[in-house]
Design a protein around this ligand. Structure first.
Ligand code: NDP
Ligand code: GDP
Length: 383
């Protein structure tokens, strides 16, 4: 049951991972939710289809609007029409590696896009009414200056994505100070879920692990296995976004778990979830992961055919194509301010996150298995 509320929220990036979880969260709180979605040649609303409401209904509380962060006039129109109490600016070209291929577009959408939202609210005379959340990122810390990283740790961005987000961060602070706007940054460390984009490392791993277990894929190719990330669950993190906008004073907050893990260990945990133990050997580009043990009871419990899983089989290899020109080696956040001022604490730990993602992908890949058995073409991207 939704709570009673008279507030209206506008979410940019509503079709993305966080947009979908946040929309669901705000609808439960009784908000009227508007979302900005991009025109696409195929439907791009998979993550929010369960929230869709027939546009012919009266009293809808979930409405989508076409728009783009690179188009000021459309942002002004949508903000004027929807009159939001809260704007969550989540839209972005959010992939670090892709930002090296599309640096100018990334700067436009992620950097200037933030300015367009702030300016729209200012020009429409809505400063008193509208609070703004800006999706800032732990990628701002980049080259390690100090750990754990907190609100006061200096930034040193290491990708066109991070540099664009650095502009978004500072323009948000500047509009708060210059115009007295209620505008805040959430500096969120990596957060994942079963609907995380398929080319981010955690989801790439959990999909591949499920496919390998079902005999739909042989190997998983990855880049830097030694990178360390502070991974949380998106469900917990969207609650923090909301809390940030409910405070008396606008402030910036780090949102993190405070625990860091290597990509290599995430791979181990993901295989272990299905009862498959793997060991890594070798260094750099020669490193590989090999199956060294199988828990047959666990496989039986999950209804996985053990003949697909071979002792001694190499299931992980390194492909330098996935290395980044400049890497962020270590992220570990200090969420003390969020713990104390917002009363925010994550409910999911890393093991719960891995279980949620691997089990969800196992379920999804069974569909692929049926399609393949039926002679249909299945998706085979490995990016
Ligand atoms: P996703 O990549 O899953 O979603 C991004 C959303 O932005 C999608 O809805 C996408 O639309 C939309 N979008 C992209 N470009 C534009 C544009 N030019 N105009 C309008 N919409 C656009 O990201 P997440 O949900 O994971 O992340 C949400 C935000 O938080 C992003 O800003 C991200 O950079 C930031 N962030 C994420 C972290 C994480 O670990 N997930 C960590 C820290 C910050 P479409 O569906 O059509 O592609
Ligand atoms: P990011 O922290 O926002 O860049 O999130 P990603 O999930 O894309 O990457 C997390 C870390 O995993 C980075 O240090 C990557 O270099 C590393 N990584 C290693 N192999 C891969 C890979 O195949 N794909 C991706 N996306 N990242 C990889």
């Amino acid at each position: 049951m939704a709570e009673q509320n008279t507030k209206t929220a506008l979410i940019t990036g509503i079709t993305g991972q966080d947009g979908a979880y946040l929309a669901e969260f705000l609808l439960k709180k009784g908000y009227k939710v508007h979302g900005l979605k991009r025109r696409s040649s195929l439907f791009n609303t998979d993550r929010i289809d369960h929230l869709y409401q027939d546009p012919h209904l009266d009293n809808r509380n979930f409405t989508l609007h076409f728009g783009d962060l690179t188009d000021s006039t459309n942002l002004i129109r949508v903000i004027q029409e929807t009159q939001p109490d809260e704007i969550y600016n989540l839209a972005a070209q959010s992939h670090v590696k892709v930002s090296f291929d599309t640096p100018e577009y990334t700067a436009n959408a992620d950097g200037i896009g933030t300015l367009r939202i702030l300016e729209a609210v200012r020009l429409l005379g809505m400063i008193e009414k509208t609070r703004i959340y800006q999706a800032s990122t732990s990628e701002l810390y980049g080259l390690v200056q100090a750990v754990p990283q907190s609100e006061t740790t200096p930034f040193y961005p290491r990708s066109p994505y991070a540099v664009a987000k650095m502009y978004g961060y500072w323009i948000t602070v500047n509009y708060r100070e210059a115009y007295n706007m209620y505008a805040c940054n959430g500096i969120l460390f990596n957060h994942e879920s079963p609907v995380r984009g398929e080319t981010f490392v955690t989801r790439k791993i959990t999909r591949a692990v499920a496919k390998i277990a079902l005999g739909l894929q042989d190997k998983l190719y990855l880049g830097n296995l030694s990178a360390q990330r502070d991974w949380g669950h998106a469900k917990d993190y969207v609650e923090a976004m909301w809390l940030i906008l409910q405070q008396e004073k606008p402030e910036d907050f780090v949102i993190a778990t405070g625990v860091t893990t290597t990509v290599r260990d995430f791979v181990r945990l993901a295989f272990a979830e299905l009862g498959i133990e793997i060991e890594f050997s070798g260094k750099g580009e020669q490193e590989k992961g090999v199956i060294i043990d199988v828990d047959e009871e666990r496989l039986a419990e999950l209804n996985i055919d053990k003949s697909q899983i071979k002792f001694g089989q190499t299931v992980v290899k390194v492909d330098p194509a996935y290395y980044r020109p400049t890497e962020v080696d270590l992220l570990i956040g200090d969420p003390t301010k969020a713990n104390t001022k917002l009363g925010w604490k994550p409910k999911y730990d890393l093991q719960m996150l891995v279980t949620d993602m691997v089990q969800s992908d196992l379920h999804l890949m069974r569909k692929e298995e049926y399609l393949k058995q039926g002679g249909f073409q299945t998706l085979n991207y490995f990016e």
